[in-house]
Design a protein around this ligand. Structure first.
Ligand SMILES: [Zn+2]
Length: 117
C-alpha cells in the first residue's frame, strides 16, 4: 500500500502524467513514432485546463467539477486516452498519482475501482 502522497506543488506531476499518457496512447493507437498533431493539441489543452482549473486546490476530481473545463469533444478524447493509458500507467508507475485523474474521467464506466484491468 502506498498513500500516493504528493508535495504541495501538486500540479507538475499531473502535466507530466498527461503528457506521458497521451504519448503512450498515440504510439499504440495512432501508430506514431512521435506524437501526432491531434494528440499534441489534446495534451496542450489538457495541461492548460489543469493549470487553470479554479478548484484544483480542493482536489476535487474533475468529474465532480461544477465548471466543465473540458470542451465536450476534448473530453471525449481525453477520456479515451485515460481509459487506454490509465491502467497501463498504474501498472508501470504505481507511484504516479493518476488515480485522481482516472476517478474524474471514468464516470462513464460502471466498473468498480479495482476492476480496471
Ligand atoms: Zn495521436
Amino acid at each position: 500500500m502506498n498513500n500516493g502522497s504528493n508535495s504541495s506543488s501538486g500540479n507538475s506531476y499531473n502535466a507530466k502524467t498527461i503528457r506521458a499518457m497521451v504519448a503512450m496512447y498515440c504510439r499504440d493507437c495512432h501508430h506514431r513514432q512521435e506524437i501526432c498533431n491531434e494528440c499534441q493539441t489534446l495534451t496542450d489543452y489538457a495541461i492548460n485546463r489543469l493549470q487553470h482549473c479554479p478548484i484544483k486546490e480542493t482536489r476535487t476530481t474533475c468529474g465532480k467539477c461544477q465548471i466543465h473545463c473540458y470542451k465536450p469533444k476534448m473530453k471525449i478524447k481525453i477520456q479515451e486516452v485515460m481509459r487506454y493509458a490509465g491502467p497501463l500507467m498504474i501498472k508501470r508507475h504505481p507511484g504516479m498519482a493518476i488515480k485522481h485523474l482516472l476517478e474524474g474521467l471514468k464516470k462513464t464506466s460502471k466498473k468498480k475501482k479495482h476492476e480496471l484491468s
